[in-house]
Write a protein that binds this ligand. Structure first.
Ligand code: GSH
Length: 201
C-alpha cells in the first residue's frame, strides 16, 4: 500500500466520517474504503478492536479507536495542540462525546416502549446536562477559539446526529439552549475544507 486507508461503513456518519473529515482537512490523499454491512461480520475479527473506523498507514499495523486516529492525524498535521495540557483538555472533550454515544447507542437496539422510555429519560436529563458541561469547556467559535482542531469534528458530528431529528423520542431541539455547542457545529459545517468535502460527493 502506498497511501493511507480509512476503513468505515458506507455512510457519512459518526466516528468514521469525523476521521474522513480530519484526513481531508489535513490535505491527505487517502483511500476511503467503505464496507457494506453484509461484509462486516467476516471482517470484524480481523480489526484491532472488533470495530470501525480503522486507519491503515503504510508501514504500520492497522490502528483502531476513533480518538486515537484523530489525535494521530491532528498531531501530524497541526489539528491537535502541541502543548500537552491543552492536548489533554481536547482529549477530555473527545471522551465526553464518546460518553454521550455510549448512552445513546444501546437505544438503537431497543423497540418501543422500552426505547421511548430510555430516550425520553435521556432527553430530559442526561443530554441537557451533557450539553451544559460541554458548553462550559468551549471557547467559541471552535472548541479552543478561532482554529479548528480534531476535537471539533467529534463535537460537530454528534451535534449533527442529534439535530438531525432521526432519533425518535429525542427532540431535534435538545441542544437549542447551548449556543456555543451549536456554534461549534456551525463553524465546522462552514469551514472551507468541510464544504469542499461535501461538494465533491
Ligand atoms: N471506541 C470505538 C468505538 C467504535 C465503534 O463502536 N464503532 C461502531 C461504528 S461507529 C462499530 O464498529 N460497530 C459495529 C460493531 O461493533 O460490530 C471508537 O471510538 O472507534
Amino acid at each position: 500500500m502506498t497511501r493511507p486507508k480509512l476503513t468505515y461503513f458506507d455512510a457519512p456518519v459518526s466516528r468514521g466520517e469525523e476521521c474522513r473529515l480530519a484526513l481531508h482537512i489535513a490535505g491527505i490523499d487517502f483511500e476511503d474504503e467503505r464496507i457494506q454491512r453484509e461484509s462486516w461480520a467476516a471482517m470484524k475479527e480481523h480489526t484491532p478492536y472488533g470495530a470501525l473506523p480503522v486507519l491503515t498507514l503504510p508501514g504500520h499495523a492497522p490502528l483502531g479507536q476513533s480518538t486515537a486516529i484523530l489525535v494521530l492525524i491532528g498531531r501530524r498535521h497541526g489539528l491537535h495542540p502541541t502543548d500537552d495540557f491543552e492536548a489533554a483538555r481536547h482529549e477530555g472533550m473527545m471522551q465526553h462525546v464518546e460518553d454521550l454515544r455510549a448512552k445513546i447507542n444501546p437505544t438503537l437496539h431497543m423497540a418501543d416502549p422500552e426505547k421511548q422510555a430510555a430516550r425520553e429519560a435521556l432527553a430530559a436529563g442526561y443530554l441537557p446536562a451533557w450539553a451544559r458541561f460541554a458548553e462550559r469547556n468551549i471557547h467559541g467559535p471552535f472548541f479552543a477559539g478561532d482554529k479548528l482542531h480534531v476535537v471539533d469534528l467529534k463535537l460537530h458530528m454528534v451535534v449533527r446526529w442529534l439535530q438531525g431529528g432521526k432519533l425518535d423520542h429525542i427532540p431535534a431541539t435538545v441542544f437549542a439552549d447551548f449556543p456555543k455547542l451549536l456554534g461549534v457545529h456551525d463553524a465546522v459545517r462552514d469551514h472551507p475544507r468541510v464544504r469542499d468535502w461535501y461538494a465533491r460527493k
